[in-house]
Design a binder for this molecule. Structure first.
Ligand code: HEC
Ligand code: HEC
Length: 121
């Protein structure tokens, strides 16, 4: 009897662990593919403060993987833009900037904490 109880416990434990892991893995990422869910959350905090909007501007807070808000789709294109720029930045740092390295570009670089971009005509 003890053996069976142990087996049930172990099976339950394996099941719970797999459920937790499934919740932790990102479900719908096209750009931030190399990041864990924890790293995505940290990145997203920088996105939010960079453009001055809360998470719910782009997300249904009950399902972050959904693509049902237009700003999220726009933001995904900007994530690609930032990655492409930073690939260039890394190249410039490697090939040209020997001492004073360029800083990586973020949403804040252009947005400075607001969606409204200030430009001078
Ligand atoms: C300006 C829009 C925007 C804001 C604001 C934003 N996000 Fe995101 N978020 C995105 C985009 C776009 C993706 C998908 C990235 C990709 O495709 O690689 C994403 C993906 C995620 C994911 C992964 C979901 C999955 O399983 O696929 C999580 C978790 C997440 N965001 C959490 C947050 C949190 C927490 C905040 C607030 C601190 C936040 N986001 C603010 C645009 C945003
Ligand atoms: C190279 C500069 C630059 C960077 C970097 C940048 N943006 Fe933008 N973004 C712009 C410009 C310019 C606009 C258009 C503003 C306008 O027309 O009023 C814009 C517009 C947007 C809009 C649409 C706003 C609206 O009113 O519909 C969103 C959402 C956005 N950016 C999110 C982001 C996010 C998220 C990041 C970082 C991943 C980012 N941007 C990085 C320049 C940039």
């Amino acid at each position: 009897m003890i053996r069976i109880a142990q087996l049930v416990m172990i099976t339950a434990l394996i099941f719970i662990t797999s459920v937790i892991q499934a919740q932790k893995a990102p479900k719908n990422v096209q750009v931030l593919k190399d990041l864990s869910i924890k790293e995505i959350r940290t990145y997203m905090k920088a996105v939010s403060s960079g453009i001055g909007e809360k998470c719910n501007y782009c997300h249904d807070m009950k399902a972050y993987d959904k693509d049902d808000k237009k700003p999220k789709l726009v933001a995904r294109e900007y994530l690609k833009l930032v990655n492409e720029i930073n690939t260039q930045v890394a190249m410039i740092n490697k090939n040209v900037m020997k001492k004073s390295k360029l800083e990586m570009v973020t949403c804040y670089t252009c947005h400075a904490g607001s969606l409204e971009i200030v430009t001078e005509e």
